[in-house]
Design a protein around this ligand. Structure first.
Ligand SMILES: NC(=O)c1ccc[n+]([C@@H]2O[C@H](COP(=O)([O-])OP(=O)(O)OC[C@H]3O[C@@H](n4cnc5c(N)ncnc54)[C@H](OP(=O)(O)O)[C@@H]3O)[C@@H](O)[C@H]2O)c1
Length: 329
């Protein structure tokens, strides 16, 4: 009997060793594959939206320094001029508002002229906004539409226009989502990023027969200008909320939300934008890009694991961190 127990213990410890060896081999293979980069990078054209500042601006400069042919779209002429001034002569800029199909069409014609018969290798749908956001009851349909127009419909419209140019190069689409696209936070913003995730998943499956790969970037909070004035904008949303809704939530709720925004999102936001732009660069230059890139330790260790948990567990954790409205029962 004792001998039998001893063998069972041996068997279990052997199983753990095999499992650890298998895991080790998996990560070794993944590490090796992910180090393989594409050839002739200096001949590849990459079009990026939202390059005035933030991730788009940094990615444009990073790829330019690496020798790729960067086609950077900025929302403003000033943004385009400033980026052109600090970049190599290779980098070209244009002005694009992703909410205007006319503007998207014009950008597509411009890209077509730049890439010639080489085709477009990379499309980075980066442009995005985060305001207006706040509790759903404080918002209007137009608030939702404003965010959806830029973050989701903008991404869709640019992709639809650029895809014919990409088929020849059999390149990469890189879509900027967020950890809010995996775990809903602010209602209006999360809706757009969940949309980006769904769009990207469908696109990846549909484009794989054509050799085009689609990657999704899911950063946590980073200190770009999207985080400027978050509290001011949050208070603006409160200010124009109907008075009966204000009564339901109460001034104390607003103040607690503002403290949370400042202490958790703004002050703790990551300052190293390279954690995100390196993922974008990898998605564009690696032979084996990942489907999803999470950037930031809080994304990897908190948000993404929580997104795999049962809904009641995620709800419980999020509710624990959330302030209580005045008339909460
Ligand atoms: N920073 C974060 O914590 C974080 C986390 C997760 C995901 N993201 C996502 O990352 C992307 C880039 O944001 P960011 O953090 O780098 O913020 P950012 O610094 O504000 O950059 C956003 C860029 O998009 C441009 N833009 C805004 N509306 C546009 C429009 N209608 N058409 C074309 N361009 C437009 C902005 O131009 P102007 O500056 O001229 O307005 C700016 O260049 C967004 O999709 C955002 O949702 C950010």
């Amino acid at each position: 009997m004792k001998l039998h127990e001893f063998n069972a213990r041996d068997y279990i410890s052997d199983m753990w060793i095999y499992l650890a060896a298998l895991l080790g081999l998996y990560f070794l293979r993944r590490w090796y594959r992910e180090r393989q980069t594409m050839e002739k990078l200096t001949e590849k054209y990459v079009f990026i939206t939202g390059c005035d500042c933030g991730f788009g601006h940094q990615l444009a400069r990073q790829l330019d320094a690496r020798g790729l042919q960067v086609l950077a779209a900025c929302l403003t002429y000033k943004g385009a001029e400033e980026l052109a001034k600090i970049s190599s002569e290779r980098l070209k800029t244009t002005v694009l508002d992703v909410t205007s199909t006319e503007s998207v069409k014009a950008a597509m014609k411009w890209v077509e002229g730049c890439v010639g018969n080489k085709g477009l290798w990379g499309l980075v749908n980066n442009a995005g906004i985060a305001h207006p956001s706040g509790p759903i009851e404080w918002l209007t349909k137009d608030d939702f539409a404003k965010l959806i127009n830029v973050n989701l419909l903008g991404t869709i419209d640019v992709t639809l226009h650029m895809l014919p140019l990409m088929r020849k190069a059999r390149g990469r689409v890189v879509n900027m989502s967020s950890i809010n696209g995996r775990l809903a936070g602010s209602g209006s913003y999360s809706i757009t990023k969940f949309g980006v995730e769904a769009f990207s998943d469908s696109l990846r499956r549909e484009l794989s027969p054509f050799g085009i790969k689609v990657s999704i970037i899911e950063p946590s909070a980073f200190t770009t200008s999207i985080l400027n004035n978050v509290e001011v904008n949050f208070r603006k949303t409160w200010d124009r909320a109907p008075s009966d809704i204000k009564e339901v939530y109460g001034q104390q709720y607003l103040e607690s939300c503002c403290t949370l925004i400042n202490q958790v999102y703004v002050k703790k936001a990551n300052t190293n934008l390279y954690l995100v732009t390196d993922c974008m660069e990898h998605a564009l230059t690696s032979q084996y890009p990942r489907t999803r890139y999470s950037a930031g330790w809080d994304a990897k260790l908190f948000h993404i694991p929580l997104s795999y948990m049962p809904t009641f567990a995620a709800d419980y954790v999020i509710t624990c961190f959330s302030p209580k409205p005045a008339q909460a029962v």
